[in-house]
Design a protein around this ligand. Structure first.
Ligand code: KG4
Length: 341
């Protein structure tokens, strides 16, 4: 089975060809990502209208590039998959209309894919990860802990009450004058900073469950920056390190609570999404997993952020689990939980 996966939910126009080879390293036949990051950087964040127009301009070339790199033509493809939710509606429409059109013209089946499910299954694309596992999904727009029992069997244990962690990284980066997206810049500055210089309170200490909140932390960082006045390079590094340290400690604390809430005795911890690229977070998760006798899986850095390979792979996983193809009138939707597909 060969699947063309199309991803346009935010600021990357991406397409990939993925097959169902037994060996994980043989599955990705091509993976093209055309990032719009530099275009949005001057606005300090993604501008939905600009993003949608860029997807229109780039999509043909990206899809042709993915087919070419995989050494195949559209005739060799079995399923056309595209991200249909959640995300920025303009971008989602570009990808899904394109996928549906290819499907209508070629007669190949279409599969509408949930972007979050794509992130969730990325580690199963790359490694032999068995169910059940405890998932931490942390991206630019989403944050959740879930117990993953099988394909389509997702029990959400906790979510963010406000911002996603990636959004908080980006906003703190903006306050420090770093360019968008800020996660990588915060990480780089944190490497030269003192994580203990500023004490930011860990949020939701007294709340039961494993939900998270990042807006209070964001405000605390803003107030600290205002108190400092003109920032030296070292101040920026210390704020980055102290902020990142608080985020990591908070996530690990809530992960401990999430693990206690599981009922299926998960064997591994799996992380996914853009923030999964953060080195300090990956190390803390690895330590947590080994302390609890669990395996730990994180995607290769290149597959943490949005890509078409995870969308194509999700179509393969869903077909194997006997989920149906999607009719061509399947709706595209900006908001949708992973439990609703
Ligand atoms: O998964 P993704 O591409 O977007 C969504 O699907 O939402 O993730 C993008 C997010 C951005 O907020 C970016 O700042 C963050 O992931 N990110 C990082 C790192 N690399 C990317 N955050 C922290 N540390 C990193 N190294």
């Amino acid at each position: 089975m060969k699947v063309l996966g199309i991803e346009t939910s935010c600021d990357e126009t991406a397409a990939a060809v993925v097959c169902d080879a037994v060996a994980p390293e043989k599955r990705i036949l091509s993976n093209i990502v055309n990032s719009q990051v530099s275009l949005h950087a001057k606005y300090g964040g993604v501008v939905p209208e600009v993003a949608a127009r860029c997807h229109v301009d780039a999509i043909d070339e990206v899809i042709n590039g993915a087919l070419e790199e995989a050494g195949c033509t559209i005739n060799d493809i079995d399923i056309i998959a595209a991200t249909a939710c959640p995300g920025l509606i303009g971008g989602l429409l570009v990808g899904t209309v394109c996928a549906k059109t290819i499907s209508a013209v070629t007669g190949k089946p279409y599969m509408a894919i949930n972007h979050l499910e794509g992130h969730l299954l990325t580690c199963r694309l790359c490694y032999d990860v068995e169910f059940p596992f405890l998932l931490l999904l942390t991206s630019g727009g989403n944050f959740l802990f879930a117990e993953v029992l099988g394909i389509g069997k997702y029990k959400i244990l906790g979510e963010t009450l406000d911002d996603a962690a990636g959004e908080c990284f980006d906003k703190v980066a903006k306050m420090l004058g770093f360019s968008y997206p800020g996660g990588v810049a915060i990480q780089k500055h944190a490497e030269h900073g003192d994580p203990e210089r500023y004490k930011f309170t860990i949020p939701l200490q007294r709340r039961l469950g494993c939900d998270v909140s990042f807006s209070g932390l964001k405000t605390a960082v803003k107030l600290q920056i205002e108190t400092l006045g003109k920032l030296t390079e070292q101040d920026k590094c210390d704020v980055s390190a102290s902020f990142q340290n608080t985020v990591v400690k908070f996530i690990i604390k809530q992960l401990g609570k999430a693990l206690k809430m599981t009922t299926s005795n998960p064997k591994s911890i799996v992380v996914a999404g853009g923030v999964a690229a953060n080195t300090a977070l990956r190390k803390a998760l690895m330590d947590f997993a080994s302390q609890h006798n669990l395996k730990f899986f994180a995607p290769p850095i290149s597959l943490c952020t949005d890509n078409g390979a995870m969308i194509a792979w999700t179509a393969i996983e869903r077909r194997r689990a006997n989920f149906p193809f999607s009719p061509l009138d399947t709706k595209t939707s900006p908001r949708q939980s992973i439990t609703e597909m």
